[in-house]
Design a protein around this ligand. Sequence first.
Ligand SMILES: NC(=O)c1ccc[n+]([C@@H]2O[C@H](COP(=O)([O-])OP(=O)(O)OC[C@H]3O[C@@H](n4cnc5c(N)ncnc54)[C@H](O)[C@@H]3O)[C@@H](O)[C@H]2O)c1
Length: 352
Amino acid sequence: MKVAIVGMGYWGPNLLRNLVALVGPDSVVVVDNSLDRIAAVIPQYPAVGYCLSLDQALEDDEVGAVMVATPVSSHAGLVHQALDAGRHVLVEKPLAGSVDEALGLVACAEERGLVLMVGHTFLFSPRVERMTEYLHEGRLGTVQYATSSRLNLGLHQRDVGVIWDLAPHDFSILFHLLGEFPVSAKTSGRSVVRAGCLDVAFVNLSFASGIVASVDVSWLAPRKTRSTVLVGDRQMMVYDDLNNEEPVKIYDKGVVVPDPENFGEHQLTYRHGDVQAPYIAPREPLAQELTHFLACIDGTEICRSDGRFGLHVVEALEAAERSWHEGGRAVAVETAVPVAGEVGFTRSPLAS
Ligand SMILES: NC(=O)c1ccc[n+]([C@@H]2O[C@H](COP(=O)([O-])OP(=O)(O)OC[C@H]3O[C@@H](n4cnc5c(N)ncnc54)[C@H](O)[C@@H]3O)[C@@H](O)[C@H]2O)c1
């Protein structure tokens, strides 16, 4: 089977490098409607095929899967085209530019029995995998709240604001770690560089379990930040993706609440215990992601970031942006529920 990669801009060449390493150059076709972009990558991979449109690539019956790494506004059209032609799809985050588009794609893939995977790369990071293990082991106890920050100067996208560009990473990490999706989103932010397009946003998410999360994303920050913090009633965990020595740390810290009957006689005490930083062998998340995609096509693995997961991320993104448009009021995150016995969804707010 050959795999076509559509989009050879900033991110596509990373998919290309990893895919060639996995399946060999003869099984890869690159697609970009800019000849300059094709010309920029082909000299490095002379055995890779190339086309100027997805139409052309789909004419080749050997192409069994398509990866889409084009701007968000083009995802729905290209993914639909590939699914309608019976091809499995890995689409870069976010799945689509709206919930309606995302719902259509998930229904289309499920109807045809095709793999639809979303490139939520961090779910394939050994660091996030280690954090997931710790959470499943109950090391943190009950999670109380989380914060996540993704800040830097740029890169501004042409077709979407900072929420749709950066928050898919934080949302996917949090939803995966917490094992639940938010019930409401409340956002403040500013569009500074281009009118109507957010450069900085502060999103507050609430979950049915009572967990609250604050996600800060910005293209207008003096320093690069990539961090997620989870606070449990037993321990606390910090993930700093820029710290290659100790990216994940567990803090044995907390508050000891006295017996309520004796509350008047005791003061709260603060527990300051050890800090652990496990060794986590480095592995490129994108290589894991592509290996997983191929295994999902073979039917040997169950998709970790399938269309439904991607749809939940889009639901939260849309609610977060709507909240900003509506002056920062809390907006319920409506969720798609499969209609029993048929392919399709209805949408309703999650009970909080
Ligand atoms: N997973 C990650 O960590 C990560 C990182 C960066 C970007 N991304 C995602 O990757 C996607 C692409 O982002 P980018 O920054 O590389 O964009 P980009 O603008 O740099 O590149 C997009 C490329 O797609 C081509 N293109 C656009 N429409 C096309 C079409 N209809 N047919 C063929 N080619 C077409 C353009 O010519 C361009 O070369 C986005 O969805 C983005 O969110 C993911």
